[in-house]
Design a protein around this ligand. Structure first.
Ligand code: NAP
Length: 259
């Protein structure tokens, strides 16, 4: 199959491209650097020629509601109309667990607008809702730091490895369109503070992590289960503790190699 991965140079996109190629598919990484820009339409006609499937794992550079909504609606609108003209048979998009529930998170509203465009198009589709990635424990801490303390919500979180996200997205891409949302999540839930504390400890970061029910996430207060999947979600294999140990091992090997 020829599968075009929009955002194929990003964290998830590069892993999806590798996974698909390893399984014998023609996987094409598309992004502004390779001359494909979903906001302007540049390069879309050419890259979608003979494509069977499009996987959209692109992301907005800014996460406020207006910027993200502008990005996802413009980019997805363009993409869907070029896909229709090219005869693409399956549109796969990656979104976030919780965007289809009542919430005050501006970025989630932007993703919901993207998903509505997909559902309302005539294109056969699959929407994968993933939980937060392990890779973002530190950036969550950085954006939640007040002085020397990290204030995070006291809600639950069920994060997952980017590798598990990419494997699930690639599996969906080569399957029959689901025409619905599939939820995927990590193997175990944590308290938000526990997740961030483990991530910082593994990086020898001494900041104190505090569970604070008033701490915002993407500018909004979270209810207890706002970020965790419902029953029937497909769970990833990689446990956070094992992922942290593997990363520590990788860091030791890398720094050992440099010295
Ligand atoms: N962060 C989370 O915890 C989480 C959880 C669930 C779902 N998600 C979703 O996962 C998706 C992928 O996230 P990620 O972290 O892998 O993103 P990322 O690493 O930031 O990669 C974004 C990709 O989009 C490309 N891109 C940006 N603007 C584009 C445009 N106008 N046309 C074509 N490509 C464009 C980028 O290309 P350049 O590098 O050339 O700019 C890059 O390849 C997002 O849609 C996000 O909503 C995230």
């Amino acid at each position: 199959m020829r599968i075009v991965v929009i955002g194929g140079t990003g964290l998830i996109g590069s892993k999806v491209v590798r996974n698909l190629a390893d399984h014998g598919h023609e996987a094409v990484a598309a992004s502004p650097d390779s001359g494909v820009n979903t906001l302007t339409g540049e390069g879309l006609r050419e890259v979608l020629e003979d494509a069977d499937v499009v996987v959209d794992v692109s992301n907005s550079r800014a996460f406020d509601e207006k910027s993200a909504t502008d990005f996802f609606t413009k980019a997805t609108g363009n993409l869907l109309s070029y896909e229709k003209a090219a005869g693409v048979k399956h549109h796969v998009a990656l979104s976030v667990v919780g965007t289809d529930r009542p919430n005050d998170i501006g970025y989630f509203h932007a993703k919901a607008a993207q998903e509505k465009l997909i559902r309302d198009s005539a294109m056969p589709y699959s929407i994968v809702h993933a939980t937060q990635f392990f890779e973002f424990a530190k950036s969550i801490a950085d954006s939640s730091t007040v002085g020397q303390e990290v204030h995070v919500p006291s809600a639950l979180i069920q994060p997952m490895a980017a590798d598990d996200v990419a494997n699930a997205v690639a599996r969906v891409a080569v399957g029959t369109p689901l025409n619905r949302i599939l939820e995927i999540a990590g193997p175990e839930p944590f308290r938000f503070d526990e997740f961030v504390r483990m991530g910082l400890a593994a990086a020898n970061d001494s900041r104190k992590v505090v569970a604070d029910p008033q701490a915002p996430y993407f500018g909004a207060l979270l209810s207890e289960r706002a970020l965790v999947p419902g029953d029937g979600a497909s769970l990833g294999e990689v446990r956070f503790e094992d992922w942290l140990s593997q990363r520590a091992l990788g860091a030791t090997v890398t720094s050992g190699g440099r010295s």
